[in-house]
Design a protein around this ligand. Structure first.
Ligand SMILES: [Cu+2]
Length: 124
């Protein structure tokens, strides 16, 4: 094996590694809530699951998650966030805001009322 080919291989492996690392990390870290007028917001589409299903927020600033349910399956008609004592009915096609104040870091799951669809809020 010539040196040129070795370098090409190494660069190739490095690129693959970076791509895997990037996607793995971004999938793990989730979607960062956007800060607007002091409120951290994110839109979550409800359709066979939650998209995005991981929302990253910072503690100490109010959070406003807007759920938009794009299906009629009764499974997803209510979302519950036990860690913040919130629950909301999600009429099909409507944008329903759910607000809370995260005060401590941690991971807080949310789900449909039967716990079949799942997501999580990561407080940093
Ligand atoms: Cu369900």
């Amino acid at each position: 094996m010539t040196l040129d080919k070795t370098i090409v291989d190494l660069v190739g492996f490095a690129a693959i590694g970076i791509i895997i690392w990037y996607f793995w990390l971004s999938a793990r870290r989730g979607t960062m809530a956007a800060l607007t007028h002091g409120v951290q917001g994110a839109l979550i589409v409800v359709k066979g699951g939650y998209t995005p299903d991981t929302i990253v927020v910072r503690r100490g600033k109010p959070v406003r998650l807007v759920f938009r349910r794009e299906e009629s399956a009764s499974c997803s008609e209510r979302v519950v966030i036990p860690g913040f004592n919130r629950s909301a009915l999600l009429p099909e096609g409507e944008e329903v805001p759910v607000e809370f104040l995260p005060t401590a870091p941690g991971e807080f799951p949310f789900s449909c009322q039967m716990g079949m669809l799942r997501g999580r809020i990561v407080v940093e």
